[in-house]
Ligand binder design. Structure first.
Ligand code: ZN
Length: 325
């Protein structure tokens, strides 16, 4: 037992020594590691701190704020630029500057006392076609998904059957504008009646249905002979309320301006789809009218809306704004 106890004590001492050595080694290692780490980190850390503290001490009232500083700089630049532009004569010639005011918004139409409103309506009518420019116009109407009315010359219909068919299938209205555009003030009533019917027949032959019971007299003439012939044929006479005289003034800007300035609910616009200036004007007028809030309707829809019905022999102008036939 004694020997055994001595051996145990010796073993214990050896173990304690080993443990002590381990602890010492760990302590030494930690010390070295801490020292190395501290040496590496210290220069960068203390350097920044030193700079920062120095600034704070020197100028405490203007603590740097990077965002505010850059914003102020940008603002200052902007002011400088505007001031420079204003000083330059070419400011008004800047291509990015558009002095045109926005399109006027058309007034909505109150539906009685219901408290409900609807869009104002306008009807575009195109005379003397179909012609080689008509497809251009159909493209424009298609682009803005609006409908119009074509007042066609009877003897042009057969040779432009594809154009007439396309217009009809797109929802546009095809009405007669005489067989060969004669002056009806010099034409017998019976001849006028035959002319109206012959033109309606060729339209029906091409589109497969009778045109609405309205026709547009050549040159817009409306005499007792025209009235009587129209009554006997069962047709009303389609006139107009807005006439930019596009056949005379071949200027797209004029045509566009005239239509936009005179546009109002119930108006019927007279133009001709045989002039490039008219097509060019429509490329702008159609989207402008849409933007102003107008619903573009056909001629017969407009007459039903304004007058409630279409009676044979009556002359319909829509809401007349300017004279002229
Ligand atoms: Zn005409």
């Amino acid at each position: 037992m004694y020997r055994s106890k001595l051996a145990d004590e010796r073993n214990l001492i050896i173990k304690l020594n080993i443990a002590l050595v381990i602890v010492l080694v760990l302590l030494a290692g930690s010390a070295v590691f801490f020292t190395l780490t501290r040496e590496k980190a210290q220069p960068a850390f203390s350097g920044d701190g030193a700079t920062y503290e120095t600034d704070l001490e020197d100028e405490p009232e203007i603590e740097p704020d990077p965002e505010a500083a850059s914003s102020a700089a940008a603002h200052a630049d902007q002011e400088t630029t505007i001031k420079e532009d204003a000083d330059m004569d070419e400011f008004i010639l800047d291509e990015d500057f558009d002095p045109t005011p926005p399109l006027p918004r058309a007034e909505l139409i109150a539906l009685g006392d219901t408290g409900e409103y609807r869009a104002p309506r306008i009807a575009l009518t195109f005379d003397d076609g179909p012609g080689w420019l008509t497809p251009q116009l159909l493209d424009i109407l298609h682009e803005y998904e609006v409908r119009a009315t074509f007042c066609v010359i009877g003897n042009l219909v057969a040779n432009n059957a594809a154009t007439i068919t396309r217009a009809h299938e797109a929802g546009h209205e095809i009405v007669g504008h005489s067989w060969s555009h004669p002056d009806f003030t010099r034409t017998a009533a019976a001849t006028i009646l035959a002319d109206i019917n012959k033109t309606a027949d060729i339209i029906e032959q091409i589109i497969g249905e009778a045109p609405p019971p309205i026709f547009r007299s050549p040159y817009g003439v409306y005499t007792s002979r025209v009235r009587n012939a129209a009554r006997d044929a069962g047709y009303g006479v389609l006139n107009w309320s807005i006439d930019p005289r596009d056949w005379e003034i071949r200027d797209a800007d004029h045509i566009y301006d005239f239509i936009i300035e005179n546009a109002r609910d119930g108006a019927i616009v007279l133009t001709h789809d045989i002039y490039q200036s008219t097509i060019d004007a429509m490329a702008r007028a159609v989207p402008a009218l849409v933007e102003m809030g107008y619903e573009l309707v056909t001629a017969s829809e407009m007459l039903e809306y304004v007058y409630g019905s279409i009676e044979p022999g009556f002359e319909y102008t829509g809401m007349r704004i300017n004279g002229g036939q």
